[in-house]
Design a protein around this ligand. Structure first.
Ligand code: SAM
Length: 280
């Protein structure tokens, strides 16, 4: 393996620290450092950015990020077995790696980060979608990060970039594309990971827009979209019943047909509906 740094190969690190993969923690490791450096490059120029990485595991992607010149990397890892391996990386890159031990769903990372911030992670599958939704739905926009470069199961990646009318279009596509520009930048077969997962994976790059594409109150938009897609086969007049006493009239006022189904409504249509409903 061509070295991207002077640290030992990841297989050796894993053997020495006894890091057998645990399914409950969503552990599928990337051991090819050329691949992790490629993922780091997909995040753009890192030299002037702080990078947040959730779930570094034995540190393959962390090493890619540091070797690609990230100014400062902050990692959050729940598995205490991985910490000694990460400390070896921190020693090889003095002052550039901060290791936070614990659950990414509970730690507030912002105090450790200086803008501009890029988030780059091979996410644990069991918390990946939850973290993405949190990053996409702060009350204020722009958020604390400038871009997200994230590995997901390919099926989740496709839901993030889906267009209206497609089977995968839904809540995730709208939350992502309302406030970011989202695209799939890399697809990886199961064999890229150790152990290999059952399905293919894909890296999605989301760049935060300076302002949402269309004006809407985030809470109202999220509520309408959640309702509409909770019963995605139903017509809007049925799935949104109860949101307002005169819901059919409101749907029409937003320029939509009450017999439309959620998957036929584009983001602009949902934003118009959220504005009409926010009037109370
Ligand atoms: N980044 C490494 C790589 O690419 O080889 C490991 C990726 S592995 C898919 C996911 C990592 O997230 C594991 O190291 C796991 O221990 C960690 N993890 C799982 N749940 C977590 C949580 N709630 N908070 C922080 N880390 C978590």
């Amino acid at each position: 393996m061509a070295g991207i740094d002077d640290l030992p190969p990841l297989r050796e690190v894993i053997a020495r620290h006894g890091l057998s993969a645990r399914k409950a923690l969503g552990q599928n490791f990337l051991l090819d450092l050329n691949l992790t450096a490629r993922i780091a490059r997909a995040a753009g120029d890192l030299a002037n950015a702080d990078v947040l990485e959730i779930g570094p595991g034995p540190g393959g992607l962390t090493r890619g990020l540091l070797a690609e010149g990230a100014r400062h990397v902050v990692v959050v890892e729940k598995d205490p077995r991985c910490i000694p391996a990460l400390e070896e990386i921190a020693a090889a890159y003095p002052g550039r790696l901060t290791i936070l031990k614990g659950d990414a769903l509970e730690i507030d990372v912002r105090e450790y980060l200086t803008p501009p911030v890029k988030i780059v992670s091979n996410l644990p599958y069991n918390v990946g979608t939850e973290l993405l939704v949190r990053w996409l739905t702060p009350p204020e926009w722009p958020p604390f990060w400038e871009s997200l470069t994230l590995m997901f199961q390919k099926e989740v990646a496709e839901r993030i970039v889906a267009r209206p009318g497609s089977k995968t279009y839904g809540r995730l596509a709208i939350l992502a594309q309302w406030r970011t520009e989202a695209r799939i930048v890399m697809t990886l077969p199961p064999s890229a990971f150790t152990p290999p997962p059952k399905v293919s994976s894909a890296v999605v790059h989301l760049r935060a827009l300076p302002a949402p594409r269309f004006e809407a109150d985030p809470k109202v938009l999220e509520a309408v979209v959640a309702r509409a897609f909770n019963q995605r086969r139903k017509m809007l007049r049925a799935s949104l019943r109860g949101l307002a006493p005169d819901i059919e009239a409101r749907i029409r006022e937003a320029g939509l047909d009450p017999t439309m189904r959620a998957e036929q409504v584009d983001i602009e249509g949902f934003a118009r509906l959220a504005r009409v409903l926010a009037r109370g």
